[in-house]
Design a protein around this ligand. Structure first.
Ligand code: BGC
Length: 252
């Protein structure tokens, strides 16, 4: 076991379509133990450029040890499988092999919504929740994490369920809201359709909303008429970082 893990401090990194955030996390209680360092996701966001940005962040933090990393795509046994909000060159890349080129670090990479959901299930409103819980992140994309009795079923990608001419992400992410200049009412009713669809398929006991738009819950909660219980997450901005560290601990 490395020193960092013995001390229960692990570096969590959240790679998004727009930004990369990193922070040291005490995995015994999910608290942040450093400032959160933020940089813009490089353009193009190909593997070499993102590796460079992540290396710079880690160098600035002077960190060595295990690193948990959330990534905005399907990550199956470390290999990236799709690329809706990141450069297509990632498809087929073994993300852990790539990031392990950063000296002194051992990476554990998983889907960004899966790790954010893990944080909420460990330290937030999902703690101790039995049954079927769905965690949705509303941001650049529409991410999802599915839990049964607290156990994650990874890489669910509910945002890419077909809807109208495209998929739900196209109509109900924050990018969609901004791009189509939707009012909260219009966007909320699209999002409610998504929630209703998930309820019909999975009969969840609870849906927890994370990501940027979970903070704007009051603006659209009036449109959420689905019978399933829907609540905004307790861990807001930093769930991705905290969950990434929790994930790394579970793998190290
Ligand atoms: C990706 C998911 C990701 C979500 C949020 C979607 O476009 O396909 O893997 O979790 O965006 O970043």
């Amino acid at each position: 076991m490395t020193n960092a893990v013995k001390n229960k401090i692990i570096l969590g990194i959240d790679i998004g379509g727009t930004g990369i955030k990193a922070g040291l996390v005490d995995i015994s209680n999910g608290s942040l133990q450093s400032e959160v360092l933020k940089v813009k996701t490089p353009r193009p966001s190909n593997p070499e450029n993102v590796l460079k940005a992540v290396r710079e962040v880690i160098t600035a933090m002077n960190y060595k040890g295990p690193v948990g990393c959330g990534f905005p795509a399907i990550v199956h046994h470390a290999v990236v499988q799709n690329a809706a909000n990141i450069d297509k060159k990632w498809i087929g890349t073994n993300s852990e092999k790539l990031f392990n080129r950063i000296r002194g670090c051992k990476f554990h990479v998983a889907n960004d919504a899966d790790v954010a959901g893990m944080a909420e299930m460990h330290f937030g409103l999902g703690k101790g929740k039995k049954g079927t819980v769905i965690f949705i992140t509303i941001g650049t994309g529409l991410g999802s994490a599915l839990f049964r009795d607290g156990v994650l079923i990874p890489n669910t990608e509910f945002g890419h369920l077909n809807y109208r001419e495209a998929d739900y992400e196209f109509y109900a992410s924050n990018t969609a809201r901004e791009k189509h200049k939707m009012s909260w009412k219009a966007w909320g009713s699209q999002f409610n359709h998504f929630i209703e669809h998930l309820r019909f398929i999975f009969s969840p006991d609870l849906i927890i909303l994370g990501g940027g738009l979970s903070k704007r819950w009051v603006d659209y909660k009036g449109q959420i008429t689905s019978k399933v219980k829907v609540i905004p997450a307790r861990l807001q901005n930093h769930a991705g970082i905290i969950g990434a560290a929790v994930f790394a601990q579970s793998m190290d």
